[in-house]
Structure formats: structure tokens, C-alpha cells
Design a protein around this ligand. Structure first.
Ligand SMILES: [Zn+2]
Length: 574
């Protein structure tokens, strides 16, 4: 008698092997057999006609605060994810001095667009050191497993105090040694690695650059040495690639000093649409010279969702909007915007909205698309506001204005910020076929007001393996392997990611034909009533973590078998 048998499914086991008809048995939380299972299970799931995959492993999330108040870690756990890794991009909540809580909240709020009020209320800060933070996370039972990484911004300001907030302020040798020591301490306690950021797109609540923007190579290499000393650890870095020679000197230096893998975030940006190729060529060269570098890439355009409830829309910087509408309750704002006089005023003021990122977005009607439900993330350019306005003989700005007011002012528009320079997914396909990339960038738990990409694993299945029509798809077995085994291995987790005897019993049973990704929606369920975009899926028949069913037909069972992961996990013996 087995604990659980998942019977007659189409097993895509995460190794890349072809899909095959098989049963999966689980005992004591681990896969005990895959093939024909004769013995019955105390619990059985009929998976006939269904897809059976390993639980997905998402190594790029920002649930550092949410893990404290949300045992289910949504939306990631709605998308077949059974392991998340947080603490990316150098931001997090430990180590922290008792009088610095608000600074770290400000960095998280600014960089990741998580409401500061929600963090202030939800993050309890009953810790100072990184090990104490891990204890606090471990004390809460979760639906899925959680891995943590040491975030450089927190570490630097912990050691350097106010000087650490200034990214141009060099750390002394003593301070670097202290950061290294604290990182060793974190790794001893169970951190999976160390992360940092060198992008000007990451700023705190007040718009200041993050503390790590221009950290000296000596500082980064010094901290990385902690990983080599302990013999394990994953590193992650965000960069603007301004000077490729210098950046790769830093990357290779980190990989050398840390003697481990370094993930580099990679997107295609409109102002340098071919830069990603150059970066990948550099990564190839670095790997040939023995440096373990890899790019984390997205599975669809990283898209801002524009709307009157989100953090961005084309009229948000209009003086009249700021003065009279921005602070109103949603219903009142919508009512005022329906007034023809207000409409004329805002449309007139919109013409001057050209500065900065918000100006770029405000004027780019050729990149604004009605989202739809299910959402279309690879729309034709003719389908853009510009294209539709031209066809209808109206001004794009008027069409955008009126669209924002649809569905009681809750309509969202897709604005692909990256990876959509050519208006299709061919670049993304190429990126995802590269052996020098792996899936990342979902940013689960972050960018609550504008982005919702925690659904990447579902989109990978619906769009890339099943629905795509504007170009070639990607093989299902390949995609599953990348989102489970490859991501798990990257962060040192060899006990999960495939359905083989001895591996953790983390499994998805999916109605592949019916699998549907719903449109994102804004909800106000964060602490202090904070808002966040969520996105649901239909078609996950069951999700199993450590042999325990955590979701059935999309509903949580209330079981919480997930734990904090302490350090790298070895492959099962035998
Ligand atoms: Zn990130």
C-alpha cells in the first residue's frame, strides 16, 4: 500500500524524456515508483488524460515579506509552483538593525513596487540577523517550500550604516570582511546564496538609487568568497550592461571568487534591441573560460498593466489628474473622468507628457494593447490602441482614455516593456532555446501595482507548448525540464525537479487541454488593505507537495507541508 498513487497520467518527468503513460507512487513524501504501480494507494488521483509533471521551481521571486503573512504564497502556488526562491536582486529584510526597518521597506517598496503600508503592517521584524529571519520564516507553515538568499542592499546598510545607503561610498576592508562573515553565517544557517543589483531601474521609495548600484568589484568579490569557503551557493545579479567589459570583469570575478553559479538577468530592451545577443555571446565566452554564468530570461514580454487602479496609466502625470483625481476613491475618480470637460482637459494635458519612463509609456500607443480574457500576450501591432484608432479614424489618446473607463474603470491594458521590440515572440523563443539561459524573472510577489508575472509557469504550458500560432512553439518536455529540474539545480536543489524514485513528491496533475490563464485582476488583500495584481489559472487538477495534496481543482486543501529550505539539498542516494 502506497501513501499516494497518481494513476494513468501522461508523465512529463522533468528530465526532458518524452512524455509517457505511467503511474506515480509516493511514500514518505518522496517518489517511490514511476511506471506501472500494482499496489493501491491510501489516496489515489485518477490522472487519465491528464498531464503529470514535477512541481515547478521558481528561482526568481520577491516573497521576502509575503512569506510572513501569507502561508499559501499566492499567486505562485496557483501556477503549479512548489518551490520558490526569494531574496533576489539584492533586496530583502535581513540582516536589519532595529532602527532600519523603514529603510529596507523603502527599498522594497521602490524597487519591487510592494506597498510600504502593507510591508510595515505585515512584516513583523522579530529578527535582526539573517539566521533569525530564517527561523521566523520556518516557524510559519507554508503550502510550498521556500529558499532564501542573502540580499546585498540589506547586508551593506547593516554593516555600513548610513554610509551604506550611498552607492558611491566604498566599503573599507574591515566592512567587506564583516559582510563576508555575515554571508558565511547566513549560508551556515541555510541561505542558498547571495544576490545584488547594479541597475538604475531599481530605486527606493524616494527615487534614490539602491545602495548596491555601483558597489566596487572588491566588495562583490569579497562577499562572493563566502560561498567558495562554504563550498556552495548561488549568486544572482541585475545589471544595465552599460560597459560590457567592466560588467563581465565583475561577473567573472564573482564566479571565480564564489566558485559557483551566477545568474544574470537578461531582457531585450527597445533602445538596444540587440544587446541581449551580445550579452549571451559574452556568457558563452565566459563559460568557455570556466565561469559558471547563465542568463535568467522571461517566458513572455515583461509587461506593465496600465489601468486606473494600477500604478501606471497614460494620464497619471497630467497636472489636473495629480491635483484633483489621484487621491480620490476609485469610484469617485471614475465618475469625475466620465465628465466630458475633464476628458477634454486630461486629453489636452496628455500631449505634454513626454518625460521619463512614464512619458515614454504615455506616448507609446503602438505598444498599448487591450488585455482580453484570456489575455493575449502576443498581440499583432494592428491590435494596439494606435492600430485600432487608425482603423476607427479616432485619436489614439481618446481611445486609450475611453478604454481605461471600461468595466467600471477596471480595464487593464498590456504594455510590453521588454522582449517585444519586434512585436512578436521570436526573440523570446530564441532566448528560451539558448543553452545559456534558464527561466527566471517572474518576480513573484513583486511589482504588485503594475506587473503580474508569477504566472510564467502556466503561460509556458498554455502559450509555448499548446496555443502559439504566430510562430513555432517549444517542446513540452523541454519547457518542463527547464522550469523544474534546471531551475532547481541552479540553486543547489538536487532533491526535486524530476519525477524519479527518491525525489521529493512534488507533483502537478494538469488538465492540459483545459488549462487556462485568466486575465490579471487587482485585489486589495495585502496587509493594511494594500493592492496587488493577481492572476488565476484553471486546469490544475491537483498540486502535491511532499506527497500531500495542497490544491485540488484549483482550491487550497489547507494542508501546509512546505518548509524553509536550509542549504543545498543532495540528490537521493542510489
Ligand atoms: Zn527581481
Amino acid at each position: 500500500m502506497h501513501d499516494l498513487v497518481i494513476r494513468n497520467g501522461t508523465v512529463v518527468d522533468g528530465t526532458g524524456a518524452p512524455a509517457r503513460r505511467a503511474d506515480v507512487a509516493i511514500d514518505d513524501g518522496r517518489v517511490s515508483a514511476v511506471g506501472e504501480v500494482a499496489d493501491a494507494g491510501r489516496e489515489e488521483i485518477d490522472a487519465a488524460g491528464k498531464l503529470v509533471t514535477p512541481g515547478f521551481v521558481d528561482i526568481h521571486t520577491h516573497y521576502d515579506g509575503q512569506v510572513v503573512w501569507d502561508p499559501e504564497i499566492t499567486p505562485s502556488s496557483w501556477h503549479g509552483v512548489t518551490t520558490v526562491v526569494m531574496g533576489n536582486c539584492g533586496v530583502g529584510f535581513a540582516p536589519v538593525k532595529p532602527d532600519r526597518h523603514d529603510f529596507l521597506i523603502s527599498v522594497m517598496e521602490g524597487v519591487e513596487d510592494i506597498p510600504g503600508a502593507a510591508l510595515s503592517e505585515g512584516v513583523t521584524f522579530e529578527w535582526e540577523s539573517f539566521p533569525e529571519y530564517l527561523d521566523a520564516v520556518e516557524a510559519i507553515a507554508h503550502t510550498i517550500d521556500i529558499g532564501a538568499q542573502m540580499p546585498h542592499s540589506a547586508l551593506r546598510t547593516y554593516v555600513m550604516g548610513d554610509r551604506g545607503r550611498d552607492h558611491d561610498e566604498p566599503a573599507t576592508d574591515e566592512e567587506i570582511a564583516e559582510m563576508t562573515r555575515l554571508t558565511e553565517e547566513a549560508l551556515d544557517a541555510g541561505a542558498l546564496g547571495f544576490t545584488t543589483s547594479r541597475t538604475i531601474n531599481h530605486r527606493d521609495r524616494e527615487g534614490n538609487h539602491i545602495p548596491t548600484l555601483t558597489s566596487a568589484p572588491q566588495e562583490l568579490w569579497g562577499i562572493s568568497r563566502a560561498l567558495a569557503k562554504k563550498g556552495f551557493g548561488h549568486m544572482e545579479i541585475a545589471s544595465d550592461f552599460v560597459d560590457l567589459d567592466r560588467e563581465f570583469e565583475i561577473f567573472e570575478g564573482m564566479a571565480d571568487a564564489g566558485d559557483g553559479p551566477l545568474s544574470i538577468l537578461l531582457n531585450q530592451f527597445d533602445d538596444q534591441p540587440d544587446l541581449w545577443r551580445e550579452v549571451l555571446d559574452r556568457i558563452r565566452a565566459s563559460r568557455e573560460s570556466g565561469h559558471d554564468l547563465i542568463a535568467q530570461v522571461a517566458i513572455r514580454p515583461v509587461s506593465v498593466l496600465l489601468g486606473l487602479q494600477s500604478s501606471m496609466h497614460p494620464f497619471m502625470t497630467c497636472p489636473t489628474y495629480r491635483r484633483e483625481l489621484a487621491d480620490l476613491e476609485h469610484e469617485d475618480r471614475v465618475a469625475r473622468m466620465r465628465d466630458p470637460q475633464m476628458r477634454a482637459t486630461l486629453i489636452a494635458e496628455h500631449a505634454d507628457r513626454t518625460r521619463g519612463m512614464s512619458g515614454m509609456i504615455a506616448q507609446s500607443f503602438h505598444k498599448m494593447f487591450p488585455l482580453g480574457d484570456p489575455p493575449d500576450y502576443e498581440p499583432e501591432v494592428e491590435y494596439s490602441i494606435q492600430g485600432r484608432a487608425e482603423a476607427a479614424g479616432v485619436e489614439p489618446v481618446e481611445m486609450a482614455y475611453d478604454m481605461l473607463l471600461e468595466r467600471d474603470g477596471r480595464e487593464l491594458m498590456l504594455f510590453p516593456l521588454t522582449n517585444y521590440f519586434d512585436g512578436n515572440h521570436e526573440t523570446l523563443r530564441e532566448m528560451n532555446l539558448s543553452e545559456f539561459t534558464m527561466p527566471g524573472l517572474s518576480d513573484g510577489g513583486a511589482h504588485c501595482g503594475v506587473i503580474c508575472d508569477a504566472s510564467f509557469p502556466t503561460y509556458m504550458l498554455t502559450h509555448w507548448a499548446r496555443d502559439r500560432e504566430r510562430g513555432e512553439r517549444l517542446p513540452l518536455e523541454y519547457l518542463v525540464r527547464r522550469q523544474s529540474r534546471d531551475t532547481a539545480r541552479q540553486v543547489g536543489l538536487e532533491d526535486r525537479g524530476t519525477l524519479e524514485p527518491g525525489m521529493l513528491g512534488d507533483v502537478n496533475v494538469i488538465d492540459f487541454e483545459e488549462l487556462t490563464l485568466r486575465a490579471p485582476e487587482m485585489v486589495f488583500d495585502l496587509p493594511a488593505g494594500g493592492r496587488r495584481l493577481i492572476q488565476r489559472a484553471e486546469g490544475y487538477v491537483a498540486t502535491v507537495k511532499n506527497g500531500v495534496v495542497t490544491y485540488q481543482a484549483g482550491e487550497p486543501t489547507g494542508q501546509r507541508p512546505g518548509t524553509l529550505i536550509r542549504g543545498p539539498q543532495p540528490a537521493p542516494a542510489g
